[in-house]
Write a protein that binds this ligand. Structure first.
Ligand code: ATP
Ligand code: MG
Length: 162
């Protein structure tokens, strides 16, 4: 899915965080957004993922403007991993399957196990609680959770510079 922003403006608390941004993010490419802390990278990604509304301007998803698409639809096509891993209470398995159930998607346990393997997490972790995991392990569970619904556009949010 190709994503284009046309004169995008995002205001947070009355301040313009993104001002008249026009940019294209081609499909099947790795797009990197670089900027200093507080410059609006997360605001941009959250808005593209339809978690915030743009204040002005248009975001096109495969040439369709955001106003013609349902936020729910956009969110289902975009996998997001946030800077801070967020697992809810319950087991790793509950965390991985909750979103799929919400979208009425059936993914068999074999695929869950294979995806865990891809990020180096043993299957035995499925019965662990989220708060029993290290931050890095939680982050990897969040990656698996984003991959399982097979998003078209996969977004990794920014990570701090070393
Ligand atoms: N919910 C909010 N309400 C009001 N202002 C906010 C909110 N979230 C972020 N901001 C402000 O908006 C600006 C952009 O924040 P954003 O989180 O997009 O920055 P960032 O580029 O992702 O920074 P970092 O590299 O530190 O993650 C910052 O000045 C921040 O203080
Ligand atoms: Mg950020």
């Amino acid at each position: 899915m190709e994503i284009k922003c046309d004169r995008l403006r995002i205001n947070y608390g009355g301040n313009a965080v993104i001002n008249e941004l026009s940019a294209a993010f081609p499909s099947r490419a790795v797009n990197i957004v670089i900027g200093s802390s507080g410059s609006g990278k997360s605001a941009l990604l959250r808005t593209i993922a339809a978690l915030n509304d743009p204040t002005d301007g248009t975001i096109y998803y495969d040439s369709k403007p955001h106003c013609e698409l349902q936020s729910r639809f956009i969110r289902s096509k975009i996998g997001m991993i946030f800077q801070r891993p967020t697992l809810f209470e319950g087991t790793v398995y509950n965390n991985l399957t909750f979103g799929l159930e919400q979208q009425n998607m059936r993914i068999d346990d074999k695929e869950i196990e294979l995806t865990l393997k891809r990020v180096g997490i043993p299957t035995s972790y499925l019965s662990k609680k989220g708060n029993e995991l290290s931050i890095g392990e939680q982050q990897r569970i969040c990656i698996v959770r984003s991959l399982l619904p097979r998003p078209i556009y996969f977004s990794l949010t920014n990570r701090p510079q070393p």
